[in-house]
Ligand binder design. Structure first.
Ligand code: IVH
Length: 670
């Protein structure tokens, strides 16, 4: 092939990438669309004649690829956490106080708009976009690379050959959302409730051509493991993203104090309606990475950032009736059936009333006009009753004495507000239990919604969770609205769940008081169901985070013969009953050079990432902090270490280089 074709292809890549960047990232097109299309057609033609020139980062490759069977799972290299919420000034002051206690008065905040879309991660290797994933449960998401490639503001190649994972929010601009819904209305297709659902629905399509037609966009707001890039603050990180050609939100602002943060919030509360995309709050991040490292994380979210949520919109509607539902632990929950009404972007027709006491407290009656809002902008809630609108026709509601599903007598346990059905064989409870078992933090089986479970249960194909593992293709295909493909996908998902580490099953069984995090702690400690079922309440209480109530609930649970039979059945059906996650030893049990020591990492590491180094040191009993002080026992200095090294030398703190660190880690691995 002639050199000139090669050169022309390179030239076309450069021009098209440049025009694409100007149009979709900078929002400043420099050439008419027709010119772009002409160049793209020229490139398509050359690639048709010389297929070997169609590289994966070619501007023609945005809508390529076949329709997928299902998305594969992606394990995030560092967890994708979510943020704690603030709903008012007091919450923010509280956050600020805690930040300043650790990071001091000098800490600065980087304030950003909270884009209302869905969190995604993009991985680049040597500058090439190689994988894009959803957040999923924070540790495992879905591979949606082909769909993300269709977003034109995502560069297929970075401006520098960096290997980096970046995170951001994919969203649908308001105008695209309106256009899409108009089109769907014309075609008599179901409408999307809001731009966020439309964006999520588009990225969840197995055929990338659908995502390509949906005009999605993205703002990147974080680097997966910023320590690896040499950046030392959120603002430097955002600058690096800009330099790489990635799209960031330009409305961010540095603030020195919480008062400045409040001003930013007030400004955007006013201006949010004028934006071309939806935002649902403001994200406030401590800027310096040193400060972030010092502040660290709680189980769910960083202590160095918070999401301020805009106040919920309130609307008035009529409460037509109160329905009862039975949860997996037998709790009977009254639910308000409402005249459908639009609030915060979706139509609401049900709202939980929680329990009888709340109905009495708010004096809610059937037929009332009620004020409703969405708590945290998600969960519909009855705020109050407009008593002035009463006609006298409204009816007081009384809870029944018997379970609406199995007719057993309902009981109010001591100290509880809830009424419970205590029949362990109550069909409503069993179905809820199954729904919980397959949910994301439990066994994570996709494709088993409530309706499928209800059918499986009613047709007696499953009575308990162990029966899920005996389902056959024929049985599934026999269900309503279950095609061959969905049945195969479901069977694959069920099969894959057999390999889950023990904590997922433990949480999925739905033992009272045992949440996902406690299940993990217990699994890390006992390593197997066989060991756990022999544990006494005293042994359980010795574990940090496990209190008396939970310990008693666990012991009582495993005293039940039916439970033991169920576990045996699961074992026979091939379900893993052992812990297969990383093993964490207690600091005092570890014999390493890091045990019990406070260690600071600085400078660039070449052989492992900062995140990995931190994780390994912690596994070996050390504690990694962000800044050097008298309490520091050891400094690990990579290339180009700066002020921390000088400070450590001044304080006579031992300093290791990276080789020494790697050597110690290796020694422990043998
Ligand atoms: S930072 C560990 N910045 O809001 C920090 N999040 O719960 C990770 N979001 O899951 C989040 N805009 O999906 C961050 N400028 C922004 C954001 C943002 C939207 C979403 C994101 C996250 C959720 C917070």
């Amino acid at each position: 092939m002639s050199e000139s074709v090669d050169n022309r292809v390179q030239e076309l890549h450069d021009l098209l990438n440049q025009y694409n960047y100007e149009y979709h990232v900078l929002d400043k097109p420099s050439v008419p669309d027709a010119e772009y299309d002409q160049l793209l057609n020229e490139l398509k033609q050359i690639e048709a004649e010389h297929p070997e020139l169609a590289t994966s980062d070619s501007p023609t490759q945005r809508v390529g690829g076949a329709v997928l069977e299902q998305f594969s799972k992606v394990t995030h290299r560092t967890s994708m956490l979510s943020l704690g919420n603030a709903f008012n000034e007091e919450d923010l002051k509280d956050f600020d106080r805690k930040v300043r206690e650790v990071a001091g008065d000098g800490a600065m905040y980087s304030c950003e708009l909270k884009i209302d879309g869905l969190a995604v991660s993009l991985r680049y290797e040597d500058g090439l976009f190689v994988q894009g994933a959803t957040r999923g449960d924070g540790s495992v998401g879905e591979d949606i690379t082909a769909n993300l490639k269709t977003i034109r503001s995502i560069p297929l190649r970075l401006k520098k050959p960096l290997s980096i994972e970046v995170r951001g929010e994919a969203f649908m601009p308001k105008s695209s959302f309106l256009k899409l819904n108009e089109e769907r209305e014309r075609k008599e297709e179901a409408l999307f409730a809001n731009p966020r659902n439309a964006a999520a629905g588009s990225l969840r399509q197995l055929d990338p051509r659908i995502a390509a037609s949906r005009n999605l966009d993205i703002f990147l707001y974080a680097i997966g493991d910023p320590g690896d890039t040499g950046v030392r603050s959120q603002s430097e990180g955002m600058k690096l993203l800009d330099e790489m050609g990635l799209k960031t939100n330009p409305e961010r602002r540095m603030c020195k104090s919480i008062d400045e943060v409040m001003n930013y919030i007030h400004e955007w509360t006013e201006k949010r309606a004028d934006l071309s995309y939806d935002i649902d709050g403001i994200v406030i991040k401590v800027d310096s990475l040193d400060h972030q490292e010092e502040l660290g994380f709680t189980a769910k979210s960083p202590r160095w950032a918070i999401a301020y949520k805009f106040p919920a919109e309130e609307v008035v509607t009529v409460l037509h009736d109160i329905e009862l539902s039975i949860g997996r632990t037998g709790v009977v929950t009254p639910t308000a059936l409402l005249e459908p009404v639009r609030v915060a972007g979706t139509t609401v027709q049900r709202a939980s009333l929680h329990n009888e006491d709340l109905i009495r407290e708010k004096d809610i009656r059937i037929g009332d006009h009620v004020v409703i809002k969405k708590a945290g902008d998600i969960i519909p809630e009855v705020v109050s009753v407009i008593t002035e609108k009463r006609t006298g026709e409204e009816k007081e509601f009384n809870m029944p004495t018997h379970c609406p599903a199995c007719d057993s007598e309902l009981e109010r346990l001591e100290g509880e507000v809830a009424l419970r059905c205590l029949n362990p064989k109550c069909p409503a409870q069993l179905q809820e239990g199954l729904t919980h078992f397959v949910s994301r933090n439990a066994m994570n089986i996709d494709g088993l919604g409530e309706k499928v479970i209800a059918q499986l249960y009613q047709s007696e194909l499953i009575r308990d969770v162990a029966d899920l593992y005996t389902l056959t293709r024929e049985q599934l295909i026999g269900l309503d609205r279950m095609g061959e493909k969905s049945a195969d996908n479901l069977l694959k998902a069920i099969e894959a769940s057999k390999e889950n580490s023990m904590e997922k099953l433990l949480f999925g069984l739905g033992i009272r008081h045992v949440g996902a995090k406690a299940a993990r702690t217990i699994a890390e400690h006992f390593h197997s169901f066989d060991a756990l079922k022999e544990a006494t309440a005293e042994e359980l209480c010795q574990i940090d985070e496990i209190g008396n109530k939970m310990a008693d609930a666990i012991v009582t649970y495993f005293e039940n013969e039916e439970v033991l039979e169920l576990i045996e059945e699961l074992r026979e059906n091939g379900v893993n009953l052992a812990y297969t996650g990383p093993v964490k030893k207690k600091a005092e049990e570890i014999d390493s050079a890091f045990s019990g020591k406070t260690i600071v990492l600085t400078g660039k590491l070449a052989q492992l990432t900062r995140g990995d180094a931190k994780e390994k040191i912690e596994l070996l009993g050390g504690k990694v902090t962000g800044s050097v002080s008298k309490k520091t026992d050891l400094l690990i200095a990579g290339e180009d270490a700066g002020s921390k090294l000088t400070k450590a030398q001044d304080l006579n703190i031992p300093v290791w280089d990276e080789d020494r660190l790697v050597e110690e880690i290796r020694k422990q691995e043998v």
